[in-house]
Design a protein around this ligand. Structure first.
Ligand SMILES: Nc1ncnc2c1ncn2[C@@H]1O[C@H](COP(=O)(O)OP(=O)(O)OP(=O)(O)O)[C@@H](O)[C@H]1O
Ligand SMILES: [Mg+2]
Length: 470
């Protein structure tokens, strides 16, 4: 079909992909191009619409008519056009004034944006799902630089999105995974495959964040990888519980073993000890006496270890009583402060005055605090340093923390220090039972003991006990 009005250029007019409608001052359609006829579902040979109102749904006409009355050009706005079968298409419309001789026309230029609208809606739905899901999600570009994180990711990582966007996810690295591990991840996803695995990241506050992670490459229409989507499932809680379970199971089996040894070794040791005393009393030979004295010292040493082993595993026979934990702390401190090695150490003591009393065995708790304080003093190793002791209560538990500015503990040793006979002290200086016994005591009151440490910077031991003192 050739255009009537601009017959000379009619073909050009028909070649344009936009819908073009030419109106007179009464909005009669005096011309329309081929795209208009096809897009609006009319037969090129058959009758065509005659008035613009036929093509505009009633609610859009309210937008159209005032614009048509103003004799000026209008920038693009969104509206609908009605097809011959009554269905609607989304369009972006511009209205332009056109003068030909002394006649004035209006040209309606409409671009079909139905597809774009549909895609926008799909995108919106998709991005809403990503944005509001409880799973932490991050999107990176092809170089691995973060371009998007959802609120769940901000919450899980402890970083705000402004601190993450534009950065490499390495920012969150825990250092727990080898170079090869990440190399393998990259190889997989760069080849367009999905990677699934477990990772440990580090939050802004330094704590561990465990997640099951799925990384899928995002491809453009031509199959080029343009970015990556990482969806996490937070399994931190699960991991912590798992680790605690493994630890308490391990401690329990060690406890059983220790109790057995203590019993099996303890009894013969008592016999040896009494025999030594008998011979010592009856002999007149100086040499024998002297050697027996040495044997007695060694027996005392073994007996101390046996006592510690028993302390850990045997339910307490001491009397539980309502105790002021601050008082126990102060007593323990005064004992430790007698030592020679503390002269260059400054002690900071900050005890909560409103600490509830606890049903515990004061002597045992005193032993725990003395153990930890002596360790702290040893860690400072005669140099000038600081030890802070704090107590407080919250969430139904009492917390005591003992912090030192000593040599610190390497992350891989933080678990080991609670094991029996683990010591880094010289032979004869430490038996490696202090923390193990302390752990046993604290656990027997349903409490917990944990360490936080930075190698070379010091350590903090946190002891928590449930408030149980009715
Ligand atoms: N505050 C601390 N700073 C640095 N390292 C520590 C600290 N507390 C404990 N450790 C490490 O943990 C190890 C075990 O401590 P634990 O109290 O169980 O045994 P020990 O002090 O070596 O010997 P024991 O207490 O039986 O005399 C220590 O040898 C030390 O390496
Ligand atoms: Mg110790």
């Amino acid at each position: 079909m050739a255009s009537k009005l601009f017959s000379k250029y009619g073909r050009v007019f028909d070649l344009l992909p936009e819908i073009i409608l030419v109106l007179d001052s009464k909005q009669n359609l005096i011309d329309l191009n081929r795209s208009a006829i096809l897009s609006l579902g009319y037969d090129p040979e058959g009758p065509h619409p005659e008035h613009l109102e036929q093509l505009i749904p009633a609610e859009d006409w309210k937008t159209f008519s005032p614009k048509l009355l103003q004799q000026k050009d209008h920038e693009a706005f969104e509206a609908h056009l009605k097809r011959s079968d009554g269905s609607l298409i989304d369009v972006s419309v511009e209205i332009k004034e056109l003068a030909s001789g002394d006649k004035r026309f209006q040209v309606v230029i409409a671009r079909d944006i139905t597809e774009i609208k549909k895609r926008e809606l799909e995108y919106l739905q998709f991005s809403n799902v990503i944005h509001y899901t409880i799973n932490p999600i991050q999107i990176t570009d092809a170089k691995g630089i973060m371009v998007y994180v959802n609120p769940a990711f901000e919450k899980a990582s402890g970083y705000r999105k402004e601190e993450l966007i534009g950065r490499n996810p390495r920012l969150l690295s825990s250092g727990k995974h080898s170079r090869d591990f990440w190399k393998n991840v990259w190889e997989q996803i760069l080849s367009g495959k999905i990677w699934v695995g477990e990772i440990e990241n580090r939050r802004k506050d330094g704590t561990a964040f465990h997640a099951e992670l799925v990384i899928s490459p995002i491809e453009d229409g031509n199959g080029n990888v343009v970015g990556f989507l990482g969806a996490h499932r937070d399994i931190t809680e699960q991991k912590i519980l798992q680790q605690q379970l493994i630890r308490s199971q391990k401690m329990e089996s060690i406890g059983t073993l220790a109790a057995g040894i203590a019993h099996e070794v303890g009894n013969p040791l008592t016999s040896i000890s009494s025999l030594v005393q008998v011979i010592q009393r009856t002999t007149t030979d100086d040499f024998t006496r002297e050697k027996l004295e040495l044997i007695k010292n060694q027996i005392t040493r073994i007996a101390k270890i046996i006592r510690d082993l028993v302390d850990f595993s045997r339910p307490s026979t001491h009397v539980v009583k309502l105790t002021d934990l601050n008082h126990v702390l102060k007593e323990a401190l005064s004992i430790v402060q007698y030592g020679k090695k503390v002269k260059d150490i400054v002690f900071h003591v900050e005890l909560s005055e409103s600490l509830p009393k606890l049903q515990i065995v004061p002597d045992q708790l005193s032993q725990v605090f003395i153990n930890i304080l002596i360790n702290a003093v040893d860690a400072i190793d005669g140099k000038p340093g600081e030890i802070s002791i704090r107590s407080g209560a919250s969430n139904g538990r009492v917390q005591v923390s003992i912090r030192d500015s000593g040599k610190g503990i390497a992350p891989e040793d933080c678990e080991k220090i609670f094991e029996p006979f683990y010591t880094t002290k010289e032979v004869g200086r430490g038996s490696g039972l202090g923390l193990w016994v302390s752990y046993g005591i604290v656990k027997s009151f349903d409490g917990d003991i944990e360490v936080e440490s930075l190698k070379g910077r010091g350590s903090t031991f946190h002891i928590t006990l449930p408030i149980n003192g009715e």
